[in-house]
Each structure stands twice: as structure tokens, then as C-alpha cells.
Design a binder for this molecule. Structure first.
Ligand code: UDP
Length: 250
């Protein structure tokens, strides 16, 4: 189904953003497009848009119940979400509870090392540059965020981790790492934006010890493991089983 919407404002790799009747809100359409390695690898995965939309909606509402501000307003249809219009801060905040992925490719830290407190890495959001890792000095040089906003952004990301990690654990899932994007709304409030889904989180099934079998996130696509949608479906089933039906404002 295609919802009635205004002009296309932006098309990203996994979502399209449209204007809505309310100037302070936009409509997000979650696409079935899957991309990895900075869009060098592409595929269409039926149901991915719906699953990521519904998982994100449940998780945004969970954060909201814990007093964490997000851009989420409600769902409008299976693959559509209504969100507050925000100015996205061009920084990707990655929280790592367990070492894997780029951390293990770029440093000698062994795979699977528990990171407590979680390691927080900031990346400059720029596909053309391959989202480079930021340092304190580079942040200051680029002037991308003030020291004050950076502190708020990091504190908010850690609060999100403090809610999501135990939530997923209760569902038998290890929250290995995840990426957040944050934005400022018209009132200057800092909000969790974008999406929180198996596209942006690494989730391992705690009931499996097999290094590949336990993967229930986008690494199945990155590593050609197959069963991508089945894995996303499993995450969605567990999340929905622990959350109320997302509010519908369509
Ligand atoms: N991530 C993401 N978008 C990006 C880069 C990373 O959602 O552009 C997520 C990724 O799915 C993982 C976490 O951030 O959950 C850490 O990713 P990492 O830095 O290990 O990068 P990768 O190994 O995926 O290249």
C-alpha cells in the first residue's frame, strides 16, 4: 500500500522520507533494499521494510517508556512511520558491548571480548568518505558538534544501551553492538532518530554457540549466510512478544 504523502524529501539506502501535512513531521517509508559495504553489495529482501519498521516502532516506544526522547510519532502502515522532523547530526554513534566487526578488523582486540563499560565510537556520517572514525581532535577541527552537544549525545546513547541491552537479554538475544543517529527538533531537543533494527544492531541468539548460526542481523547478508529475512522475522517475533502493538497514527 502507498500512503498519501507529500513530496519526496530524501531517499537513503533503506528508507525514503516524505513531507506530511504537518510541517513538523515527516513520513518514513522503510524499503526492502538491503545494502552493505557502503552500498557495494545490494539486494532486495521481501518483508525487510515491514520487519524493520515494526521492530523500530516497538523499540522507539520502549525507549519512550524509559523517558528517552525519540523522533518516533507512530506507525502509519506496515512499512510507514511518522516521525518528528529533525536536523540529523552527521555523526553515527556506535555502542559496542562485545568486540566484533570493524573493531576487530582495525585493532588486535579478540573477537567476542566483553566490553564493560560499552565502547562508544563516533563516525563522521559521510558515505563518500566511507563514514570515517572520528577522534577528539578531528571533531574539534571539523566543528561538527560542540563539546556540550557531544556530551549530551554520548549520554543519551549510553542510556539507550542501558535500556536495550537488558531488554534483548530477556528475549534471549545478545546486543553485541549498534549504531544510533541523533537529531535536533525545532525546539532544540536532542532525539534518537533513524531506526533501530537488525540493519543497525548486531544481535546474537543466546541459545546458540555456533558463530554463524547465532547471527540474527545484517551480518547474515554481509557474510552471505542466507536466512536473512527469517532472522529478522525471529527478532521481530521476540520483540513484538514483549511490547504492546505500536500506536497507529495513519
Ligand atoms: N552500523 C550501521 N551502519 C553503518 C555502520 C555500522 O548500522 O554505516 C552498525 C553495524 O550494523 C553494527 C555496528 O554499527 O551493529 C558496528 O559496526 P562496525 O563498526 O563493526 O562496522 P562493520 O563491521 O559493519 O563494517
Amino acid at each position: 500500500m502507498t500512503l498519501s504523502h507529500g513530496e519526496l524529501l530524501y531517499e537513503g539506502k533503506a528508507k525514503r522520507i516524505y513531507a506530511s501535512a504537518d510541517a513538523q513531521q515527516v513520513l518514513v517509508e522503510f524499503k526492502n533494499d538491503a545494502t552493505a559495504f557502503n552500498a557495494q553489495k545490494k539486494a532486495q529482501l521481501e518483508h525487510k521494510g515491514r520487519l524493520n519498521c515494526q521492530i523500530s516502532a516497538c523499540l522507539f516506544e520502549l525507549l519512550e517508556r524509559h523517558g528517552i526522547p525519540t523522533h518516533y510519532v507512530g506507525v502509519a502502515d506496515a512499512t510507514w512511520m511518522v516521525v518528528q522532523r529533525v536536523e540529523v547530526i552527521p555523526i553515527e554513534v556506535v555502542l559496542r558491548n562485545t568486540a566484533t566487526g570493524s573493531l576487530c578488523r582495525e585493532t588486535p582486540i579478540p573477537q567476542g571480548t566483553a566490553l564493560d563499560p560499552a565502547l562508544l565510537d563516533l563516525y563522521y556520517k559521510d558515505d563518500a568518505l566511507g563514514d570515517p572514525l572520528l577522534t577528539d581532535a578531528r571533531i574539534a577541527l571539523l566543528g561538527v558538534v560542540s563539546a556540550e552537544l557531544r556530551q549530551r549525545l554520548e549520554a543519551l546513547a549510553r542510556q539507550v544501551n542501558a535500556v536495550l541491552q537488558p531488554f534483548f537479554k530477556d528475549l534471549g538475544l545478545q546486543l553485541v553492538d549498534f549504531k544510533l543517529e541523533l537529531g535536533l527538533n525545532q525546539a532544540g531537543e536532542l532525539l534518537v532518530a533513524d531506526e533501530i533494527s537488525p540493519d543497525t544492531c548486531r544481535l546474537w541468539d543466546l541459545s546458540s554457540t555456533d558463530a554463524n548460526e547465532r547471527i540474527l542481523d545484517k551480518d547474515r547478508f554481509r557474510k552471505d549466510l542466507g536466512g536473512v529475512i527469517e532472522a529478522y522475522g525471529e527478532v521481530c517475533k521476540r520483540v513484538q512478544g514483549a511490547c504492546p502493538e505500536p500506536r497507529n497514527c495513519g
